[in-house]
Design a protein around this ligand. Sequence first.
Ligand SMILES: [Zn+2]
Length: 97
Amino acid sequence: MIVITQSVQLIQKIEHEWNLFYAYITRMIIDHASIGEYKLRFFPKESIACPCSKYLIEMRRHILFECSRYNKSWNLKRKSLKNILTFLKFNSGAFCF
Ligand SMILES: [Zn+2]
């Protein structure tokens, strides 16, 4: 009985993590996250600059390819879906609220 309970808990944990991961992917794709270009559209009075201070408007492309906040320990060429998924795995806060 303990094994079944542990298995169910593990499956629930994996489902929860995948749901979060799908949310991150969706937010990145549709550009619906608390980043500068989103705020520019919906909350124009809020700061829209990237916290790295290199861009006046924090944009999805900057976050994925250039921002020093997310490119510290690796050198990914995020031109494939696999690499973008890896980026989101290690930077889950990049496209969240
Ligand atoms: Zn930046």
